[in-house]
Design a protein around this ligand. Structure first.
Ligand code: NDP
Ligand code: GDR
Length: 340
């Protein structure tokens, strides 16, 4: 049975990837951070009692900032495949905690690569979660040959991780692949990313549980796909004979304003009556226009996204509407306006 280790298993992508790998028959190991509140909500449905025979999902405490925990987990598990999805992944927040973001999202990657090398896991294949944020201010369409021009501490940390992955591939012959993924969303998306913030608020407004939604830059353009489609590409990359770098995107771009129009419109509402601007959501430097060209992934991996922007937004609104209705029945208070 093949073994996979996922860092960031409790995040949006980690949860979908764990599902996919379990379906494919893998033994799945996930690294989780100790937290004072529960942080496994996205994978609770996959949890299996490790005392029972046939269990294939195992969780280990660890942290990308703690090299010894990485060493211990790797020695114990000896995975065939590692998916490095762990990160401080919020771009706006990376301006507030830049050094911490560099530690987790940048240096964390070399800690992991070094641990693999030191332990001598020479056959282990590694997926590095690279990002379209690395392209930043480079004009669209962006592909594998587009120069990087990151616009945030997060983007800079991801550029470091990208290149250290390439370097370990070239220096030590390791099977390392960078998936340069454009924005991908789902009903499991963190609530402070703009898609989920909008679909959650529109649903609560529809049910009379919230009056306003405060956003930042409505003119930014993003290439938004569905997370479940994108985790398939991660797996495909590690099935290739050699490590390589691939862009994954839909090839369609929309503004945040269009996102609002569609999400509120799905509920029969006009976003202009409810959305106000709060400058605290502006970023010191913005990424204005992302539009990916995923032809290499299509040709070499046979990968193509299957979910349209419209279908994605409808799916997220419907899911958040159900969630809001459940909260209403439970007598939930007003929405908490979080950073993001
Ligand atoms: P999330 O923010 O949903 O998940 C991030 C995961 O990383 C969580 O499991 C989190 O744990 C974990 N994590 C955070 N800090 C540490 C740490 N110090 N040590 C170990 N784990 C840590 O991100 P996504 O699932 O959306 O994204 C997955 C990866 O892909 C990230 O690296 C992200 O930067 C990258 N990416 C995402 C894209 C997207 O559009 N979603 C696009 C391109 C790249 P906890 O639950 O405890 O917070
Ligand atoms: P992004 O996603 O920065 O692209 O990073 P996010 O959803 O945070 O922002 C997208 C765009 O929307 C604008 N925006 C707002 N964003 C947030 N979060 N909150 C707001 O209120 C708001 N108003 C407008 C932003 O300015 C931006 O232009 C995501 C993360 O998942 C990264 O980890 C990943 O690498 C990239 O996608 C690809």
């Amino acid at each position: 049975m093949r073994k996979a280790l996922i860092t960031g298993i409790t995040g949006q992508d980690g949860s979908y990837l764990a599902e996919v790998l379990l379906e494919k028959g893998y033994e799945v190991h996930g690294m989780v951070r100790r937290s004072s509140s529960f942080n496994t909500g996205r994978i609770d449905h996959l949890y299996q009692d490790p005392h029972l025979p046939g269990t294939r999902l195992f969780l280990h405490f660890g942290d990308l900032n703690d090299a010894s925990s990485l060493n211990i987990i790797l020695k114990k598990v000896r995975p065939d495949e590692i998916y490095n999805l762990g990160a401080q992944s919020h771009v706006r927040v990376s301006f507030d905690v830049p050094e911490y973001t560099a530690e987790v999202t940048g240096t964390g990657t070399i800690r992991l690569l070094e641990a693999v090398r030191e332990i001598g896991l020479s056959d282990t294949r590694i997926y590095q979660a690279s990002s379209s944020e690395m392209f930043g201010a480079s004009p669209p369409p962006q592909n594998e040959k587009t120069p990087f021009y990151p616009r945030s501490p997060y983007g800079c940390a991801k550029v470091y991780s990208y290149w250290i992955g390439v370097n370990y591939r070239e220096a030590y012959g390791m099977h390392v692949s960078n998936g340069i993924l454009f924005n991908h969303e789902s009903p499991r998306r963190g609530e402070t990313f703009v898609t989920r913030k909008v679909t959650r608020a529109a649903s609560r407004i529809k049910l009379g549980m919230q009056k306003k939604l405060y956003l930042g830059n409505l003119e930014a353009r993003r290439d938004w796909g569905f997370a479940k489609d994108y985790v398939e590409a991660m797996w495909l990359m590690l099935q290739q004979p050699k490590g390589d770098d691939y862009v994954c995107a839909t090839g369609e771009s929309h503004t945040v304003r269009e996102l609002c129009e569609l999400a509120f419109g799905h509920l029969g509402l006009d976003y202009r009556e409810f959305v106000d601007i709060d400058p605290r959501y502006y970023r010191p430097t913005e990424v204005d226009f992302l539009l990916g060209d995923a032809s290499k992934a299509e040709q070499q991996l046979g990968w193509k996204p299957r979910t349209s922007f419209k279908a994605l937004v409808s799916m997220m609104v419907e899911s958040d509407l159900e969630l809001a209705a459940r909260e209403q029945r439970a007598g939930a208070g007003p929405a908490v306006s979080r950073h993001g």
